[in-house]
Design a protein around this ligand. Structure first.
Ligand code: ATP
Length: 266
C-alpha cells in the first residue's frame, strides 16, 4: 500500500491549561479528499494550524511524505509563524482560511501572481528581474494563474478587483491562489461557509475536479454535512480535541459516537 501523503501522529496541542488537540492521529491518502469535521470548538482549526505551520504542536509528529524522504513538518518549523509560513509552503502545503484573506484592492489575476512570490526583496536588489530566466518565470506564472482561473470558473473575472467579486467567487479565488503555489496538499478551512446552495454546488464540483482530474490531495474542514458526504473519500471526526471516528463517510455518518457528539449527548 502507498504511504499516505500526510501522517499526523499522536499530536497534542495545548494553550496553557487548555488542551485543544489530544493525541490526534490520522492520515491523508494521496489524491483523496479527507474531511475533518466535529462540533464547534472540537479542535479542527487548531489541527489545521499545526499542519500548516502556524503552530508548533506541543507533542507528536506531523509527517509529509515526499518522493524521496519523509519531511517532518515539525522539524522544519522551529517557531510559531503568523500570517503564513514560507517553510510549509515550500514543503508543499497550501491553505485557505475560514475568513477570506484576499488582496481586495488588487485584481483577481494580480492576487494569483503575488501568491507566486515572483518578486522578492532579494531579486529586486540583485536585478534578477531583468534576466531572461526571470522573464520566463514571469510568463510561466501568468500561464499558471490563467490555468487555475479556468479551473475555478473565474476566467471572465481576471481583471476585476478581488474585493468586488461575489462571495462564492472570492472563495474559489482563494483556492486558485493556493493552487498557484503547486501544493502537494491543499487545506481548505470551511470553504462553504457563507455560500448559497448554488455556490456550494459549484464549489463541490471544483473540489471533486481538483481531486479526480488533477490527482490533488485535499484536506477540508467543513460544517456542511451534505457537502462533506458528497466530496469526501475519508472523514475524521474530532470532539473535545480527540478523534472519535475515522473512516468512509457512510461509516462515520452512522457511528453512534458521532451522532451523540452532534446531538450533545455525553
Ligand atoms: P469551530 O468549528 O467553532 O471553528 P474548531 O473545531 O475549529 O471550532 P478550535 O478553534 O480549534 O475548534 O478550538 C479548539 C479549542 O481550543 C477551543 O476550546 C478554543 O477555545 C481553544 N483555542 C483555540 N485557539 C486557542 C488559543 N490561541 N488560545 C487558547 N485557546 C485556544
Amino acid at each position: 500500500m502507498n504511504a499516505p501523503l500526510l501522517d499526523v501522529r499522536n499530536v497534542t496541542m495545548r494553550f496553557g491549561g487548555i488542551v485543544a488537540n489530544r493525541n490526534v492521529s490520522f492520515s491523508v491518502a494521496r489524491g483523496s479528499v479527507t474531511a475533518l469535521i466535529g462540533p464547534n470548538g472540537a479542535g479542527k482549526t487548531t489541527m489545521f494550524n499545526c499542519i500548516t505551520g502556524f503552530y508548533r504542536a506541543s507533542e507528536g509528529q506531523i509527517l509529509l511524505n515526499g518522493p524521496a524522504a519523509q519531511q517532518d513538518i515539525g522539524t522544519l518549523i522551529t517557531r510559531p509563524v503568523t500570517g503564513g509560513s514560507h517553510l510549509v509552503t515550500r514543503a508543499g502545503i497550501a491553505r485557505t482560511f475560514q475568513n477570506i484573506r484576499l488582496f481586495k484592492e488588487m485584481s483577481v489575476v494580480e492576487n494569483l501572481l503575488v501568491a507566486q512570490h515572483l518578486v522578492t526583496a532579494n531579486n529586486l536588489v540583485s536585478g534578477v528581474f531583468r534576466t531572461p530566466a526571470f522573464r520566463r518565470a514571469e510568463r510561466e506564472a501568468v500561464d499558471r494563474a490563467y490555468h487555475w482561473l479556468g479551473e475555478m470558473n473565474l476566467i471572465d473575472d481576471a481583471n476585476r478587483l478581488a474585493g468586488e467579486l461575489p462571495y462564492g467567487r472570492q472563495r474559489r479565488l482563494e483556492i486558485a491562489r493556493a493552487m498557484c503555489t503547486g501544493p502537494r496538499l491543499i487545506c481548505l478551512d470551511e470553504p462553504a461557509a457563507g455560500l448559497n446552495p448554488s455556490e456550494t454546488h459549484e464549489l463541490s464540483e471544483v473540489i471533486q475536479r481538483l481531486c479526480k482530474q488533477h490527482g490533488q490531495t485535499v484536506l477540508v474542514i467543513e460544517h456542511d454535512m451534505g457537502l462533506v458526504m458528497r466530496i469526501s473519500d475519508h472523514v475524521v471526526v474530532l470532539d473535545h480535541g480527540e478523534v472519535i471516528s475515522d473512516g468512509r463517510p457512510e461509516h462515520v455518518a452512522n457511528d453512534p459516537a458521532v451522532i451523540a457528539a452532534y446531538l450533545g449527548v455525553s
